[in-house]
Design a protein around this ligand. Structure first.
Ligand code: ATP
Length: 214
């Protein structure tokens, strides 16, 4: 009953080993029973991706197909309008019940802007947040005051807190830093530079056969 489920939302344009390794290390460190990869159909805070949501989801499916702990969740693709995380969390809770602990995983870059997300003050009413450090981020803005306050109120170092309470904690987990980003991968295609070993071969083959990045 005290199951912890990792949730990784993202544009996945494309999915890469930064995402996959982070998910695996959090499964191992926090004993998740599953990680759900949830591609965003219409990310509210990014330019509309040139690559369709269907292609981005298919790349996720290929990337995780050999890992029984990882699942693709396409609920944001089936919903019209902007893909708000709060709506996703509410629908996950409705589906899985209130005893499941949803652990929203995110890189430090995403957390720095979380106060711009729709109904962000309500996110912790539906989940715990698990933060991981993203290496070498250029122009890292300072943590806004309201997020400093949120961390002060909700931060825990104690992993057991994530099972003792169903919602409401923020935990930071150390992982192997991998300086891989989808932006850099897309640039490597533009510049005709190989992106082998940054993502699974199956994803590279899919990108090639559909000429997704030119
Ligand atoms: P882009 O470069 O297009 O902005 P991205 O590589 O940041 O994309 P997203 O799909 O936007 O990938 O990321 C989804 C989530 O995964 C975010 O919370 C992000 O912080 C996290 N993430 C992405 N890459 C890494 C990485 N290398 N290490 C740890 N977390 C990562």
């Amino acid at each position: 009953m005290n199951k912890l489920i990792g949730i990784l939302g993202g544009t996945f344009n494309p999915i890469h080993y930064g995402h996959l390794r982070m998910a695996q290390e959090l499964v191992d460190a926090l004993n998740f029973s599953e990680v759900r990869f949830i591609p965003s159909a219409n990310p509210p805070h990014k330019a509309i991706p040139d690559v369709s949501a269907a292609h981005r989801a298919e790349m996720v499916r290929l990337a995780i197909s050999d890992n029984p702990m990882f699942t693709l969740d396409t609920r944001e693709l089936e919903r019209a309008g902007a893909s708000y995380t709060i709506d996703t969390l509410i629908s996950l809770q409705e589906e899985l019940g209130k005893n499941i602990r949803l652990c929203l995983m995110m890189g430090s870059d995403a957390f720095l802007k979380i106060n711009t997300w729709a109904r962000w003050q309500e996110l912790l009413d539906y989940c715990h947040i698990i933060l991981v450090q993203r290496p070498n981020l250029a122009d890292q803005p300072k943590l806004p005051e309201e997020l400093t306050a949120l961390l002060h109120d909700r931060y825990t170092e104690n992993v057991d807190d994530l099972t003792s309470k169903t919602i409401g904690y923020i935990h930071m987990q150390a992982i192997t830093p991998l300086d891989i980003s989808a932006t850099k991968i897309r640039e490597s295609y533009k510049n005709d530079v190989s992106s082998r070993y940054l993502m699974p071969e199956k994803v590279i083959e899919y990108i090639g056969s559909h000429r997704l990045y030119g």
